[in-house]
Design a binder for this molecule. Structure first.
Ligand SMILES: *[C@@H]1O[C@H](CO)[C@@H](O)[C@H](O)[C@H]1NC(C)=O
Ligand SMILES: *[C@@H]1O[C@H](CO)[C@@H](O)[C@H](O)[C@H]1NC(C)=O
Length: 298
């Protein structure tokens, strides 16, 4: 037992006598330890209670704030056409491309929203398909395409990639047969792909005017209305949109990295019945308005 007396171990009892002696020893040796450790426990308890309280308070304050900031995001910096956009494709111009072929690429508009001639100041909400799932807010990349006799759609693209500078505006509506195989949306999520409307449904389809708008700046969806939309530069083309047909414009030059802004409207002669209403869906069968960019490598 002697060797252990210098360390903190309590020796095992060998007899009842020893036991009495050791009991006394232990009680004398550690009179302060229980109190100091129970003090520590109390402080830890107080500390964790304080942390919990702080977290609850923070959550209580932060939730309404984050909801607010979600519904009214700070306006993005206005896209200044004069800001430099460095060349992302340095040195590619030295490559001999004659041996290569490049397939066209599909470019979806990051901005697609509406303006209403009957409500010139009305700004359509952005991200209206946001929904609350069990893991939190989901902000799908879905964009609404909608035109009728009073509402027009406005889309802005940036020409992508290196020397894919031949562009065509396209609207692709799947046929009813193709729509049969479309899986239903996840439960709780908006976005029933089958839920789209084209009127009139006749084989002549809907006549859609595609206007090229005159702007060098990024559009700001938070204040884009009938009044603030950029002026029209020219009528690019009138597309005929119907089921099971790819409506596609003739090619035009779209310089690398340039902004391309378009307004879609019903041809005035089609009257009040004109309507196209769908949500962009990039999955096959594609239901979308996009730009097809073809290679101009030489
Ligand atoms: C989707 O919309 C179509 C047409 O409106 C409807 O027949 C179908 O029941 C809808 N499906 C779901 C899952 O809501
Ligand atoms: C066009 O759509 C807007 C928005 O849904 C609606 O308020 C308006 O009545 C529609 N116009 C016509 C002529 O149907």
């Amino acid at each position: 037992m002697k060797p252990f007396s210098n360390v903190d171990y309590a020796p095992l009892l060998t007899s009842e006598e020893d036991g009495k002696a050791e009991d006394v020893d232990l009680n004398q040796a550690v009179p302060q330890k229980p109190t100091s450790s129970s003090n520590l426990q109390i402080w830890i308890l107080i500390g964790s209670l304080a942390c919990t309280l702080t977290s609850v308070l923070l959550a209580g304050f932060a939730l309404p704030v984050s909801k607010q900031s979600l519904s009214t995001p700070p306006p993005p910096p206005s896209g200044d056409a004069n800001l430099p956009r460095p060349n992302q494709y340095m040195g590619l111009n030295f490559i001999d491309y004659t041996r290569f072929k490049f397939d066209p690429i599909v470019n979806f508009p990051p901005i697609l929203t509406q303006v209403d001639s009957k409500r010139p100041d009305f700004v359509y909400p952005d991200d209206s398909r946001r929904w609350l799932s069990w893991i939190g807010n989901v902000c799908p990349d879905d964009r609404h395409f909608f035109i009728n006799s009073t509402v027009n759609s406005i889309a802005q693209f940036r020409a992508l990639d290196y020397k894919m500078e031949s562009c065509q505006v396209a609207i692709n509506i799947p046929s009813p047969e193709e729509m049969l195989n479309v899986p239903p949306p996840p439960s709780g999520a908006p976005g029933n792909k089958s839920d789209f409307t084209i009127n009139p449904t006749t084989t002549e389809g809907v006549k859609v005017q595609v206007w090229k708008l005159s702007t060098q700046n990024d559009l700001r969806v938070t204040d884009l209305s009938w009044k603030t939309r950029p002026p029209r530069e020219k009528l690019l083309e009138t597309l005929t949109v119907s089921h099971d047909r790819l409506a596609i414009s003739s090619p035009f030059h779209c310089p690398q990295d340039s902004l391309q802004t378009f307004e879609f409207s019903c041809e005035p002669s089609s009257g009040d019945g004109c309507l196209i209403d769908f949500w962009q869906d990039k999955k096959e069968p594609m239901l979308a308005m996009y730009i097809l960019q073809s290679s101009t490598h030489s």
